[in-house]
Design a protein. Sequence first.
Length: 296
Amino acid sequence: MDVELRQLRALVALADSGTFTDAAAELGLSQAAVSRSIQALETGVGARLVHRTTRTVAFSPVGTELLTTARRILDDLDRMVARARGETRGIRLGYAWAALGAHTTPILRTWNREHPERPIRMVHAAQHDVGLRDGRADLAIVRHAMDEGEFESAPIGREARVCTLAVDHPLAERATIGLADLVGSRVGVDTATGTTSAALWLDRGLAAPEIVPTQDTSEWLDLVAEGRIVGVTPVATEHYTPRPGVVFIPMPSAPTIQVRLAWPRGRRPAETDQVLRHLRAYYRGADAPSRVGGGA
């Protein structure tokens, strides 16, 4: 199999831009050159990677798998070249939703002021691996379980849970809410990166509510605002993605959620320990919001 880096770059550009025309503009090539690169890559791999239509492109299962590998190869190469030249790159910190809640802005401002040569840039990746598998993120904020064979992680701190309700929900005027109060409800859950499941109730001897899968945080909040579901989420969501028509009510009796910093196994960034210390300081800090905290 003869695969060239320019072919991998064309594949990634096509995935990121969505069309051959936009991929060509991104790479500074002609549309025909990008098309030839993809065709040559398909010939080298021996499989169809992209299904083309007049308006869109769709990746085949093989193409999707190769895209993940291509991103990782190109990222490792770019990082190696930067090291060889004595250059440094910013730290890409992935998150699926909520980032670091109320801590996000002060964490970024302080770090980037103190380390202008290695700024942290937030990368949104609403998928289970939070951008780590394909190299879009160097480190990632996670609250859900990760495959320990593929990823490593370390604790940052803990967050309290809150209940999300439509403003006109019968429980919306309550000062606090318990898990038992939601037993008869329809609870929305992000199955890829969410922190809520039926086990939250079953482990405490309660009947599980109806679990409603949702695609992402935006859909989840829309359904909450419409009154079609309720939600249980870390308090970070309240700070990072507030939504008109939705109220967030404390759940002091619900178990807290551990926030972790994750990275691919065997590819631990050199800045990991320093970033961990910086993040943990905010979760332990006396000036942190009282409902977001706990030690690491």
